[in-house]
Design a protein around this ligand. Structure first.
Ligand code: ZN
Length: 462
């Protein structure tokens, strides 16, 4: 049974609110873009966007009418809030009219409107991919908002006579960045499945051997230094999200299988010295509980700038307020567990829209594009090892095209050589591909620093 829809947004989402939110991100996507007036007809801007929102944003429906598909730069792109009868760009003298309401469409996808107003949840309480417009219209691997921005870029170039260049990354001015991260859920449990299997198969010799190894040797998943070394083969550094919560959630779902002991904290300090970053992996329940998340933040004994919630838990109406209240610099939870790609249809970091206040939050979201378990898991996809890179390469190509961040989560337990499905071999194939494509490997902290340091030229709107 469905719960009633939430009421309309607590702070009205007016045209001015949508315009300000979208144009701020357009400016961040094209740093140094010339000041060109962009807006709806009333302000008589140089780049006029047709208003086809038809009152949608004063209601509470999770999704608008079906999109109109248009060809743009060799791709079929879904345009919500469109007027199919008109040419996309109408150029008259020194003005450009954009016939699709790309401000409303970009706001709709980037703000996560569908999640805020949908009552659909999966068994972990998450907004399900199956309920998304990305699944319904099959565009989860297309960063549609970046394509809308590309339309806007073309219009701005036309009226300003100046070329706009997408964001570049690092001192090398790389065409895109790669953010490699590891959620540390388990350090102690590699022995469990094979030992149990040996017992069930009555292989008592093997059982004794595995049990002896468990009692006398470090666990195979206790591999944080080896993970850092694997990443360093690509002259890269990565981000480790630590889970300071060994107790299970009330429904029995596991959190960490380890405790943050003094020896472990000392080893983590060693990782920091090698250039790795430590972030917080918020345990089950913390996505809606400020105090609980603050306790975990403090127990890390290290000032974590970044955050990702365990099980990618994200409550669309509450989590933004929780993260903002604790002063995190960035979060990296927003990806679909069920499918790789773009949950907010955007391949750059962005400031999450806070429906409670009517403006963006001041922490950055570095969206998650690829999680190892998504690729091979009973509940998600079942790609063969040979299918993984061919499936992901087009996603990385979209990110490179728009100067975005390729965000890849590989759990430390999946560096276990016994994993031949989504294990170390598949990780290395992805890393080699990203390196060959010219990605700048950045930690979350480096992305945050670079993205927030620049001031961008003001884009006029009214
Ligand atoms: Zn986790």
């Amino acid at each position: 049974m469905l719960a009633p829809l939430p009421p309309a947004a607590p702070a009205p989402v007016s045209a001015a609110v949508r315009l300000a939110y979208v144009l701020r991100h357009f400016g961040l996507a094209y740093p140094g873009a010339p000041a060109v007036a962009i807006g709806y007809a009333a302000s008589q801007p140089q780049v006029e966007v047709a208003d086809f929102s038809h009152g949608f944003f004063s209601g509470n429906a999770p999704s608008p009418a079906a999109p109109n598909w248009r060809e743009w730069q060799g791709r079929r792109v879904p345009f919500f809030f469109d007027n199919p009868a008109a040419e996309l760009l109408i150029i008259e003298n020194n003005r450009v009219l954009i016939s699709a309401d790309i401000i409303s469409a970009a706001f709709y996808l980037l703000s996560g409107w569908q999640e805020y107003f949908s009552t659909e949840r999966d068994r972990h309480g998450r907004f399900p991919y199956a309920a998304s417009v990305q699944q319904q219209y099959d565009f989860v691997t297309l960063p549609a908002v970046n394509y809308y921005f590309d339309v806007l870029r073309t219009a701005v170039e036309r009226v300003s006579g100046q070329p706009l260049r997408p964001r570049r990354w690092g001192s090398q001015q790389a065409e895109f960045a790669a953010f490699i991260s590891h959620d540390i859920d388990n350090l102690r449990s590699a022995w469990k499945a094979p030992t149990k299997a040996a017992l069930q198969q009555r292989k008592f010799g093997l059982f004794s051997k595995l049990l002896w190894q468990h009692l006398t040797q470090p666990d195979t998943w206790d591999n944080l230094e080896a993970v850092a070394a694997a990443v360093a083969q690509y002259e890269a550094r990565s981000t480790f999200f630590l889970l300071p919560a060994p107790q299970k959630a009330s429904d029995g779902t596991p959190n960490a299988d380890y405790q943050l002991t003094t020896p472990l904290l000392n080893r983590l300090r060693g990782l920091l010295e090698l250039g790795s970053e430590l972030g917080l992996h918020g345990s089950l329940g913390t996505a809606t509980a400020v105090e609980k998340l603050r306790d975990e933040q403090e127990s890390l004994a290290h000032e974590a700038l970044g955050l990702r919630f365990h099980y990618l838990k994200w409550h669309p109406q509450q989590t933004i307020g929780v993260v903002a209240a604790l002063g995190f610099g960035y979060d990296s939870t927003l990806g679909f567990a069920e499918h790789f790609g773009f949950r907010n249809s955007y391949c750059q970091p962005f400031y999450p829209f806070n429906f409670a206040t009517g403006i963006e939050a001041d922490f950055l979201e570095i969206p998650l594009n690829v999680m190892d378990t998504t690729l091979h898991h009973p509940n998600y996809l079942q790609l063969t090892p040979a299918e993984i890179l061919p499936a992901l390469a087009p996603v990385f190509a979209e990110i490179k095209r728009f100067g975005g961040v390729a965000s890849v989560l590989w759990h430390n337990e999946n560096f276990d050589p016994a994993n031949e499905k989504n294990g170390p071999q598949q990780f290395h194939e992805i890393m080699a591909h990203l390196q060959q494509q010219g990605a700048a490997f950045h930690t979350g902290r480096e992305i945050w620093r670079e993205f927030t340091a620049e001031t961008t030229a003001p884009i006029h709107h009214s």
